[in-house]
Design a protein around this ligand. Sequence first.
Ligand SMILES: [Zn+2]
Length: 376
Amino acid sequence: MIEMLRALVAIPSMSSGDARHDRGNQKVVEVLGEWLSDLGFSVAQLPLHGRPGKYNLIARLGAGSDGLVLAGHTDTVPYDEGAWRSDPFTLTERDGRLYGLGVADMKCFFPLVTEAIRGLDPARLRRSLVIVATADEESTMAGARALLDAGERLGRFVLIGEPTSMQPVRLHKGVLMEAVRVLGRSGHASDPRLGNSAIDGMHRVLGALIAWRAELERDYRDPAFEVAVPTLNLGRIEGGDSPNRICAECEVQIDLRFLPGMPVDMLRTTLIQRVEEALAGTGLGVERRALFDGVPPLCTDRSSPFVRLIEDICGAPAGAVAFATEGPFFNALGMESVVLGPGDIATAHQPDEHLPTERLRPMVALLRRIVAAVCH
Ligand SMILES: [Zn+2]
C-alpha cells in the first residue's frame, strides 16, 4: 500500500483556477487503470470535454447499477513552495506518519481500495463494484459535473474516501460564491451632481446583505452542523480609483454556505432582490454573477440502508462536515453517498499534509466489510 501511495504522490496532479498551478491528472488515472485492470476490472478513461489533460476513470467489476461505488478525486490543491519539511512529491515516513501532497486528501484512498479488493472473486459478486476516480474536485468539480451530465447511475451506494478521520458523514453544506457589482457614473469629486457614486450605493448593498444574513441565521438552523446556521461572508471588495473622482463601479464578492433544504435558485433570486431593493431610487445599476457553478448541500437520508450499514460497521452515527464533496452530484443521479476516509481534514490543504500510518490497516478492514456487505 505504501509503495502504491508513493507512486501516486510522486505524480503532480494539482488542480487550480489559476492556470499557473493547474496540471492534468492523466498519469494518475493511467496508473489506477493499470492496477484495476490487473484485478479484472474493465476500465474506462473518460476525457473531460474542453479540459485537455483531465480525465475521469470508471472501473467496473460485475454488471448492473445497484451495486457499490468507491469514489475519490485524483487531484490535489497546489502547495506552498519552501514551506514543507520534506519534498511534497516524495512520500516520507516519520514519527508514524506518511507525509506528502494529497496523502490525506485523498490519494491514500486508491491504494486502500486496491488492497481491500485484491483477491476478490468476481464469481462471488452478487452486485457490481465500481471504482470512480475524478478530476478537478479541488477547483471546479468538473469531473463530478461530467458524471452528472452523463446521467448514468453507477451504483446504488457510494462511499467517498475524503478525509473524515474514519467517521461516517452524510451531511455537508452547499457553497455559492457570487459577485455583486454596483454600476454608477464617474465625475469630478467637487460636485456630486456630476456623477453617481457606486461606493455610496455599495454602502446600501452591504447593509442589505448583512440584514439578509441575520434573517438567514434566524430562519434556518440545523444542529447537526458545528456552525448550525447558514453563513454569508463578505470576502472581497473593490471599487474606485482616486479620491477626487466619483466612483463609477464597485464590486463585492460573497461566499454563502447553506444548509440542506435551501435551494440554490431561491438564494440567488433573493440575493439580487435584496440588492435591487437597497438601490431603489438611486439611479444606480447592479449586476450579479456567479464566481463558480456552486456545490449543492449533501444530505443522504438518515434512514438510508447504506447510512445504517456504515454506521453499524463504524460503530458511530453519521454526522456532518464543514467541507464540500462530490456527494451531492452522485445523489443527484439517484445514488446514496456516505463520506468516510482515513485522513484528517485538519492536515489537508497545508504544508506537511500527512496521514497516520496506523490508519491504513483498519481502513482496509472497513472497506472489506463494506464491499462484502453490499456486493456479496
Ligand atoms: Zn478532497
